[in-house]
Design a protein around this ligand. Sequence first.
Ligand SMILES: Cc1cc2nc3c(=O)[nH]c(=O)nc-3n(C[C@H](O)[C@H](O)[C@H](O)COP(=O)(O)OP(=O)(O)OC[C@H]3O[C@@H](n4cnc5c(N)ncnc54)[C@H](O)[C@@H]3O)c2cc1C
Length: 286
Amino acid sequence: MNLTEYDISRPYHAVVARTERITPENTDEVIHITLNIDSATFNYLEGQSIGVLVPGPHSFGNTHHMRLYSIASSRQGEGQNMSELSICVRRCFYIDEVSGERHPGVASNYLCERKAGDEILIVGPYGRQFLAPRDPSCNMLMIGVGTGIAPFRAFLKHIYNERKDWQGKVRLFYGANSGMDSLYQNDKNDDLTLYYDEETFEAFQALSPRPHLDDPIDMASAVKAHAEEVWAMIQNEKTYVYVAGLARLEEQMDEVLSEIAGSEEVWEATKQELITQRRWSTLFYA
Ligand SMILES: Cc1cc2nc3c(=O)[nH]c(=O)nc-3n(C[C@H](O)[C@H](O)[C@H](O)COP(=O)(O)OP(=O)(O)OC[C@H]3O[C@@H](n4cnc5c(N)ncnc54)[C@H](O)[C@@H]3O)c2cc1C
C-alpha cells in the first residue's frame, strides 16, 4: 500500500519515555525508542506497525512526512506496561544521484535525535497481514535482517512471556553485518537471548563474510545449514513463515529456497500454496 493511502486523520500524542542505542559506536546506529501513549483507544498486535509524523516544513511542500516502524513490543506493552511500546530505528542516509550529496533520512534522523520527554505524533497501528497464529501448536519460521527483527522480538515476547502455552517449534534466522549488529542479541542489548533456554526455540545467525567491505549478509548459508528442518517445517501445514527486513531479502530467500526445493518451479508452486493458505507473510522495505 502506498504511504499516501494510510489514514492519518487520528494521530496520537506519544511521549518518548526512553531511548537507547543498541549497536556499538563503530557500527550502523540503531536506536530502541520506548514511547508512552496515554490513550485507552490505542491497542495493537505483534507484527503491526505505527506511523510517525514528522512535523514540517518539508521539501516539495509536504505538510507531513510519515514513515512506518514495526512495533517491537508485545500487545501487553513494553515491559508489560500497557501504555508503553517500543520501536527500533536505523538512522538512514541517502546519496542524491544528481548532486552526489549525502542527505539524512527525515523520519529516522528525527527519531534518533529525540530525547526522553519529547512529544511526537504517531498514527496507526497498521497491518494485519503479519500476525502470529493463535493456535499454540503451530510452528513459526522467522527470517529477518536488520530492523526486521522488531516484529520477531514482539512475537517472542508474546509467545513466551504472555501465552506460556506455546508447543510449536519457533525458529529464528537473523541476519546482520556482524555479531555486534545483531540487534537484541549483542553486548548492548541481549533481550532475545532470554529465550535461548526455551525448549521450542532456536535461533541461527547469518553474518556478512566481510562486513568492512560491505559484503552482503550470507543468509543463504545459514538457511542451507538447516535445510532439512526448514523444508520439513515449510511442508508442515501447521508452520507459518515470516520474512522481514530489506526488500532484497525476498530475492535471496527465493534463491536459497529454490535450491533447497530442488528447482525454481517446485519452490514457486510451494510458495503459492503457502500464500494461498496464509502461511507466508512478508514485511519488506527499501
Ligand atoms: C511496514 C514497514 C515497517 C518498517 N519498519 C521499520 C523499522 O522497524 N525500523 C526502521 O528503521 N525502519 C523501518 N521501516 C523503514 C522506514 O519506514 C523508513 O523508510 C526509513 O526509516 C527511512 O525513512 P526516512 O524518513 O528516514 O528517510 P527518507 O527521508 O524517506 O529517505 C529514505 C529514502 O528515500 C529516498 N529519498 C528521499 N528523499 C530523496 C531525495 N530528495 N532524493 C533522492 N532520494 C530520496 C532515498 O532513496 C532514501 O533512501 C519500515 C518500513 C515499512 C514499509
